[in-house]
Design a protein around this ligand. Structure first.
Ligand SMILES: Nc1ncnc2c1ncn2[C@@H]1O[C@H](COP(=O)(O)OP(=O)(O)OP(=O)(O)O)[C@@H](O)[C@H]1O
Length: 289
């Protein structure tokens, strides 16, 4: 809870994890045949901290828990989600709109890779065009009966992030960090952005937090000791969980088998996320972190 809590979310401008009422801005409607209950943006301060991996694993974990999960891949210039799920080829549509691809276990996924002639084609587009494609993934794609949609945001706070937060009804964001980052500054930037965009922060996930050596079962903090708890406390945020470095993850992603991978870290993060939402009908669930 924020130090400045007034116990009245409707008049408070803070975006702490205890916000129970969303602050509304102008939003685009999703496709009229879509039904999306919760939308979660996965953000990071910089590239390479494992944001796409966390997005994929969260979707897999929520799907395993019996929720229909979806991924909107807004990381247009560096889309790695299709590869992790072993998906390629072109997205198809029907008379009403475009359809997401189904993964092996039934996760709905839309990515720019499904629109390119070859998945190795580079996306050399200016910011506004990229942002528009992301907007169309929301307005023109038919997302059916989605319980949890995860948006893999591009790193940082550029055009695309702005478009997502201005146009899509995001229920909250999860910030992915790694120990070697300037965590305090990165989290502060993300908190400031979320405050400006009036979007609640569900919590923080620290990726690459530790490495457990399979030879001696000892834990090593390869990127240094974690400061995530102190940073979270400073901003009144919740730490949803930590994920260790596991070479099996990279192997599973490279082989397109992310759906076969699981570990205790991600299961407990998924449980935490599930508890963070109190379902109040289809839209506007309260976040009760
Ligand atoms: N906990 C982990 N253990 C092992 N490998 C990991 C872990 N987290 C991420 N990786 C690997 O690190 C690489 C970068 O991860 P990922 O693509 O998810 O980062 P990202 O933050 O989304 O990057 P970008 O924002 O540039 O797209 C990938 O090869 C991924 O498999």
């Amino acid at each position: 809870m924020s130090d400045k809590c007034t116990d009245s979310c409707s008049t408070c401008s803070e975006n702490c994890g205890d916000r129970v009422e969303k602050q509304k801005i102008h939003l685009e409607n999703p496709h009229h045949h879509s039904d999306i209950k919760r939308v979660i943006g996965i953000v990071s301060g910089k590239g390479g901290v494992g944001k796409s991996l966390v997005t994929s694993m969260m979707a897999v974990a929520m799907n395993r828990r019996g929720h229909q999960a979806a991924i909107l891949d807004a990381d247009i210039t560096g889309p790695s989600i299709p590869k992790a799920f072993g998906l390629s080829g072109k997205a198809i549509g029907n008379a009403h709109g475009m359809l997401p691809m189904k993964s092996r276990t039934g996760i709905d996924i839309m990515s720019v890779n499904f629109l390119l002639d070859k998945e190795t084609d580079p996306v050399i587009w200016r910011g506004p065009l990229v942002a528009n494609v992301v907007k169309q993934f929301w307005t023109d794609v038919i997302w059916t009966n989605i319980d949890y949609m995860f948006i893999d945001m591009p790193p940082g706070t550029g055009d695309v992030s702005l478009t997502v937060f201005q146009n899509i009804d995001v229920d909250g964001i999860i910030i992915v960090t790694s120990p070697q980052e300037l965590v305090s500054m990165i989290v502060e930037k993300a908190v400031n952005m979320a405050t400006k965009m009036k979007i609640p922060i569900i919590g923080l996930i620290e990726n690459m937090s530790y490495f457990r050596c399979p030879d001696n079962n000892k834990t090593y903090h390869i990127f240094g000791e974690s400061h995530i708890e102190a940073v979270a406390k400073k901003h009144g945020l919740k730490v949803l969980g930590r994920m260790g470095i596991d070479p099996e993850i990279a192997k599973a992603c490279d082989a397109g088998n992310i759906e076969d991978y699981t570990n205790d870290d991600i299961s407990s993060i998924a449980e935490s996320l599930e508890k963070s939402f109190e379902l109040k009908g289809n839209k506007n669930p309260s976040i009760i972190v």
